[in-house]
Design a protein around this ligand. Structure first.
Ligand code: KG4
Ligand code: ZN
Length: 333
């Protein structure tokens, strides 16, 4: 069975073809980062318009790269939400109209399900059950994953997501959007002793997070620097921020593993690409004898492959997951 996956929830247009026997056949992606950079964040209207421009050429290219034609598609999966309403509607309308034209079933996939199953696309995938840490621009959640569709929320952020802390702090530091990769790069040469930022909820007894205080801490540091906010200071503040976020994420992952007795941890979502987080988790995994799994770098941030894969898993595990009903809806929240 060949499943077409379409992702348009935010600022990346992703299209992929996944074969339940052969694996991933092809995937194409267009990132709108350059389009939104001058505004310091994603402009929803521009995002929708650009998805419209890109999606059909990306689909043609994905089919070409896979060496198949549209008639080989057996089912279509699209991101139903969460995300920007207008952006989601582009993917949903293309998926449903193509589904209707081809007479194949269509299914709406939860964006986060795509992220949390994405490590299963790698050559050395984890077995169920595992703990998943979902760290993206909009979400920070710890989940217990017992199988496809069997997800239990263990804890989540009470305010900002970890990615949001990166992005908002980056803006305060005058860095470009999206902030995560740039903050991470600056932090590499920063002094860890200069700014010791708070570790919110590190010792709370639950598996919840809170990151909004960190951006306030960064704002205070920036204000205190005043005119002397040079590259050196920015590196030191970035280092303080990264260390605080990483410490909290690692500690909560450890608690979740301890609570469930699991020894497999999966990291998904854009912040999972962060080098400092990976190093800290790998060190901890060696010490505490658990295994960490990451998606391939290209599947950490938004992409169509994870949606095609989640759709394929749904079809295999839940007969009737996809319907030949083409009245689409999106769920921005
Ligand atoms: O999963 P994703 O691509 O989109 C959402 O679903 O939100 O995640 C985007 C987030 C942004 O906040 C971005 O700054 C962050 O992931 N990010 C990073 C890194 N790469 C992306 N954060 C820290 N370090 C990185 N290397
Ligand atoms: Zn995402």
């Amino acid at each position: 069975m060949i499943v077409l996956g379409i992702e348009t929830s935010c600022d990346e247009t992703g299209v992929a073809l996944y074969d339940t026997e052969k694996g991933l056949l092809s995937h194409t992606l267009y990132s709108q980062i350059a389009l939104h950079a001058e505004y310091g964040g994603v402009v929803p209207e521009l995002a929708s318009r650009d998805h419209i421009r890109r999606i059909i050429p990306l689909l043609e290219q994905a089919l070409d790269n896979a060496g198949i034609t549209r008639s080989a598609i057996d089912a279509i999966a699209y991101t139903k939400g969460p995300g920007l309403a207008g952006a989601l509607l582009v993917g949903a309308s293309v998926a449903c109209s193509l589904g209707m034209a081809l007479g194949v079933p269509v299914m709406g996939i939860h964006h986060l399900e795509g992220h949390l199953l994405s490590p299963l696309l790698s050559s050395d995938p984890p077995e169920f059950p595992f703990i998943a840490l979902l760290v993206s621009g909009g979400h920070t959640q710890l989940m217990r994953i017992d199988g496809v569709g069997r997800y239990t929320l263990l804890g989540e952020t009470l305010d900002d997501a970890a990615g949001e802390a990166f992005d908002k702090s980056a803006k305060l530091l005058g860095l470009s959007y999206p902030g995560g990769p740039e903050v991470s790069l600056l932090a590499e040469t920063g002094n860890a002793e200069k700014y010791r930022l708070p570790r919110p909820m590190l010792h709370s007894k639950d598996l919840n997070f809170s990151f909004s205080g960190l951006k306030t801490a960064v704002l205070t540091a920036v204000k205190d620097c005043g005119e002397s906010l040079d590259m050196r200071e920015k590196q030191d503040i970035a280092r303080g921020l990264v260390d605080a976020i990483v410490d909290v994420l690692v500690a909560k992952c450890l608690s979740a593993l301890k609570e469930t007795g699991f020894n497999r941890l999966v990291i998904a979502g854009g912040v999972g690409a962060n080098r400092q987080l990976r190093t800290a988790l790998n060190d901890m995994a060696r010490k505490k004898r658990f295994r960490v799994y990451y998606p391939e770098m290209e599947f950490c941030t938004d992409n169509g492959a994870m949606i095609a894969f989640a759709g394929a898993m749904r079809l295999l595990n839940e007969p009737g997951a996809a319907e030949k009903a083409y009245g689409f809806t999106v769920r921005p929240r």
